[in-house]
Ligand binder design. Structure first.
Ligand SMILES: [Zn+2]
Length: 441
């Protein structure tokens, strides 16, 4: 799959046709409805409780869940008789998936680095040779806004085709004021003109751009004094993120940048402990960040500290798989009582996948998460990390009708059939974005 060249016209045409009419829906004959109702956020034992309703139905009115429960009860409701009926044929329905860590807007894949890495070059060696994030920066700076927007639009159709209804998106391939704002404007424009919800994060502190080589301190000044205030000014971003790692920004620099972000109203998130153990996870706890992401290199002490905090530990197994490195200790984090989320980290360098079901498979097979835990991490807890848990992430009366059905009879089969496209129906605020013809495995 090459999301930047394949725009998936069939999916998009169908999505537009079906989503043009807002109507009340009765989704019935749902074999297993995974509601994820209950405590938010989920941690410890509650993480494995899917809030399952068998032989269920969901009534959708005005884009919200109006009723949910046993099929016989819901079907008898007066409002249900007037709604358009959709028979799910015994399939499984989940809350619409929430991808809480992506780098959505970029100009081109980095497929040329793929074979270099397979041949043995490390991520950091590729970066030193002019590849990596800096290669993406060169291409993004040269590409005009409409072209970037077209590419991202095709990718969003693919997200919807995999069951995702909400996408967090980071800037970070611009690394100068004009280019970072260009990315954030593309994200805002996309949020307005297509149905998936997009939540923007400013990641000007991704790496130091080449024109600031050996002048890292000046780049941090530029970030805190000009770029962050500019991103916040027009409400172009809601969160501020830093790649706090070897070869990027130190813990002290991250503290300064995230503190400046918070002063402008941008809530902190952090790329932490991916390539090297730097102390970034501890900084996330100190700053009460919304999330600490990656965590491949956390120590036992870090895990215990995170587990006592309200920081969401966002696991990104796609990046570990693609880089050929061990997975983060997801099981240990869950057992210690940490709040975990699961995301794709969709980006052209280290995780070119936009499939959250695939991330669930990797989390189950590679980190020993249980299927219900992986689903909770990609729905309710991901919504919590984006501060949207009052509206999305569970299927409950009054919440947005963000729903994803899969062509399986048991929810555990979603991660079990790894790499198999099983998304069958995706609904955002009551509108059908994606529907696939019935197909049994
Ligand atoms: Zn990332």
């Amino acid at each position: 799959m090459l999301p930047e060249t394949v725009s998936c016209p069939t999916l998009r045409v169908r999505a537009e046709k079906r989503s043009s009419v807002a109507e009340n829906l009765l989704l019935t004959n749902i074999g297993q409805l995974v509601t994820m109702r209950g405590l938010v956020p989920r941690r410890g034992r509650s993480l494995a409780d899917p809030g399952l309703v068998r032989d269920a139905a969901v009534l959708v009115e005005d884009g919200r869940v109006a009723a949910v429960g046993a099929r016989r009860k819901i079907e008898r409701m007066r409002e249900a008789l007037r709604a358009r009926k959709m028979d799910l044929g015994g399939r499984v329905m989940l809350p619409g998936l929430v991808d809480s860590h992506t780098h959505l807007v970029f100009a081109a894949s980095r497929v040329e680095e793929y074979e270099m890495r397979i041949a043995g070059a490390s991520y950091e060696e590729i970066a030193r040779a002019g590849g990596g994030i800096r290669a993406s920066v060169r291409k993004l700076r040269a590409m005009p806004e409409p072209a970037l927007e077209r590419l991202a639009l095709g990718r969003l159709a693919q997200f919807a085709a995999h069951g995702t209804t909400t996408v967090e998106a980071k800037s970070g391939y611009g690394l100068d004021l004009a280019s970072e704002l260009k990315i954030l404007r593309v994200q805002r424009s996309l949020a307005r003109k297509q149905p998936l919800e997009i939540i923007s994060t400013f990641l000007g502190a991704h790496v130091v751009p080449p024109e600031y080589a050996n002048r890292q301190r000046e780049y941090v000044e530029l970030l805190t004094r000009r770029m962050i205030p500019a991103a916040a000014r027009d409400a172009l971003a809601e969160f501020c993120d830093v790649f706090c790692d070897r070869g990027a920004f130190s813990v002290e620099e991250a503290r300064r940048i995230l503190t400046a972000g918070r002063a402008c109203g941008l809530y902190p998130r952090l790329h932490a402990e991916q390539l090297a153990r730097t102390g970034a996870a501890r900084l996330a706890v100190e700053l009460r960040a919304a999330s600490a992401d990656h965590l491949d290199q956390v120590t036992r002490g870090d895990i215990e500290l995170l587990a006592k905090s309200s920081v969401v530990c966002t696991l990104l197994p796609g990046a570990s798989l693609h880089l050929g490195v061990p997975f983060a200790p997801g099981r240990a984090l869950v057992d210690a009582g940490a709040i975990i989320a699961l995301a794709t980290d969709f980006n052209p360098g280290t995780s070119p996948t936009l499939s959250l079901p695939m991330a669930m498979s990797l989390a189950c097979d590679g980190m020993r998460l249980r299927p219900a835990e992986a689903i909770a991490a990609a729905t309710v807890n991901a919504a919590y990390s984006l501060r949207r848990h009052d509206r999305i992430g569970t299927i409950e009366v009054g919440k947005q009708a963000d729903l994803a059905a899969f062509d399986v009879a048991d929810y555990r089969e979603i991660p079990y059939y790894f790499g198999v496209h099983l998304a069958w129906l995706t609904i955002k605020r009551g509108k059908i974005l994606y529907a696939r013809e019935p197909k049994q495995i």
